[in-house]
Design a protein around this ligand. Sequence first.
Ligand SMILES: [Mg+2]
Length: 376
Amino acid sequence: MKIKKIEPFIVTQKLKEPFYFSQWEYQSRIICLVKVTTDEGTYGWGEGYGPANLIKAGIEFFNQFILGMDALDHEVVWQQMYLRSLDYARRGVMLAALSAIDIALWDIKGKHFELPISILLGGRKNEFVKPYATGLYFSNGGDLKEKLVKEALLYKEQGFKGIKMKVGLGIVKDVEITTAVKKAIGDEVELMIDSNHAYSLKEALQLCHKLKDLDISWFEEPVSPEHYDSYRQLRENTHIPIAGGECEYLRHGFLQLFQNKSVDIAQPDICAAGGITEVKRIANMANTFGVEIVPHSWGTGIALHAALHLISNLDSNPGRMYDSLPWMELDRTENALRDELTVPLIIPENGLLKVPELPGLGVDVNEELLGKYRID
Ligand SMILES: [Mg+2]
């Protein structure tokens, strides 16, 4: 079954309400999807995480090397793309292009064998995963603390067992908003914080110290991803678990986090770090180092379905009879590309997500709507 056609699509949505985090503002969403079609007519969808135009260019670059290859040989195709880009793109956006194609090939393989990707990966070690709500971004106008508390209570009401909020506004403001949110949601809902590497080691230490009684489940990207040694020092000096890795790529990149003892929780993005093929390898390595994996997930239903399958296959670490279900990131901010363009929708029931049983990813793109959102 040969790869016959590889079509990247750039889709966008202008947001009704822009939001921001510790680094910059989002006015719109722009995502690069890819559709890979075989000579037998089977097709698969993939998605890259990062600058869509560059991912599209990356996909077009890989085209020439993989057209005509066997679509079922996903590791052989992966290796071809990896070697073709290795000399100048060991990290970064070319790997998001590789990831998108890799995900599409897993989708094809699942459809061909009429099996969900979770089974192709080795089976579902958990039938359900536990989504946590990502939201609580910053916005202009109004009382921020009040707005964040209201949003957190909405997620609690919807049954989420965990909520992740942004920090990075400075220590004083962060302590104020974090304390208010935790007080509002209570002990039965877990709270994670994410500064998107807004802090120096000293500042991050100070924030951890001031939040020490709030029972924070993890502190994500506390410092720059260029400073894994600072991650380690922070980790040694706080009881708050440290998470990171959404800006890291390939098993070779994650090896640095693990060898430096930088994180309790590693967060590869399947749509950037090397696709399902590579994140499975990263997960195996993480397990060897005693590190937990909670993938970073963002984007459309394609990215979310890829995460669901992979997470259901993860080994618990260390594992015990009454183990809790694995976490999955579920962004709750406005996203029509997730809610309209891809079907079916991912909707938690009783605070849990069931792993899809349809062949492949179990998600499709509504191609009639593609024209509405497409800008390339
Ligand atoms: Mg993050």
